[in-house]
Design a protein around this ligand. Sequence first.
Ligand code: PMP
Length: 440
Amino acid sequence: AQEGILRRQSARESAARTYARALPIVPVRARGMTIEGADGRRYLDCLSGAGTLALGHNHPVVLEAIRRVLDSGAPLHVLDLATPVKDAFTTELFRTLPAGLAERARIQFCGPAGTDAVEAALKLVRTATGRSGLLAFTGAYHGMTAGALEVSGGAQNVSVARLPYPQDYRCPFGIGGERGAELSARWTESLIDDPKSGVPLPAGMILEPVQGEGGVIPAPDAWMRRMRELTAARSIPLIADEVQTGVGRTGAFWAVEHSGVVPDVMVLSKAIGGSLPLAVVVYRDDLDVWEPGAHAGTFRGNQLAMAAGAATLAYVRENRLAERAALLGARMVGRLQGLAAEHPCIGDVRGRGLMIGVELVEPETPQNPDLPAAPDLSPFPPAPELAASVQRECLRRGLIVELGGRHSSVVRLLPPLTITDEQAAAVVERLADALAEAAR
Ligand code: PMP
């Protein structure tokens, strides 16, 4: 059955299919961190629906919340009408919001995906400020619809000023650390303030507190505060895209809490729907300048997703899973850094909480001396082919990992926050075996 399904899907699906290419499995059952394929093989899932499954697959509290709605006879589709399910979701979400925003928050329910909420956020700040330009960062990922693509890394667009995201490894200024981040902040400041830069006062700045698809790059807290200060001083709304970093993943309920930054707008999706599609924008009430109907969407009211999401948010909060993510994440990063000592192909191990990246490099190939001195702190080039073969070897050993980063050379680990100590140890062990095999 498995082979037939794989063959038919690869023949019928778009050439753009991605995960299905690298992970030729047919999941038929899943619980917690474990996925079972149609062929009976079991896998530890470190992909978690691209960071969606805070509680893993089919957590009992999520299933129970969904069943309760189904058994109650409540309508499943009601556009954006008020319902008890929506009331419970909003109450639980608002309870988790950072102080400073929670007391004055407004929520806009969006189309079902993260990218829909990004669109809404960009539209909101443009409407509120009457300006159109945007500030966005290199390596950013905000989604696949037109506006979200505009602010994602690599896009070329006149209305978006692209700023250097601070990073230690492969720092664009070749400095790294606090000084690299400081240079990135100064660059940003001068771009906004220098009339010669040609950048008009923008409608907003959008950033990920930890870049996910960009290769798991955590922004330093001091840099985050600098971004807050410089946007506040110029009345530029700051949009935090917490689609991937939210709901405990980075070791705080929201990743902005690490720095104490209170954004004007937060874009939320993935884990807030408890494994079902849900996306919202939360923002300070004075930005709520929309006319009635100025933003809409048929599928803004997914009742099952709100119920699953409310149950997930409450479970993460009550069980302090963000703290657990911080603890287990640090432990896993420590073990992976230990591996780096044995495997020269590991160029860098980084992360925050249970959002972890292992950047693979070609240690045999020094940078080309004929190229102009690369403003880069890594002595070795990225190794995308090695990363792809590590992903394959992981799969053979029953471990699902994702690749990311600008060169697809970063092995990304996004386990559920409910990962056990034993599972965390097994992940590192299987990854170590896969590395040994692939680097051979
Ligand atoms: N923003 C961030 C930070 C993301 O990681 C993603 C998805 N990986 C998105 C936006 C887009 O979400 P979606 O794929 O649900 O449209």
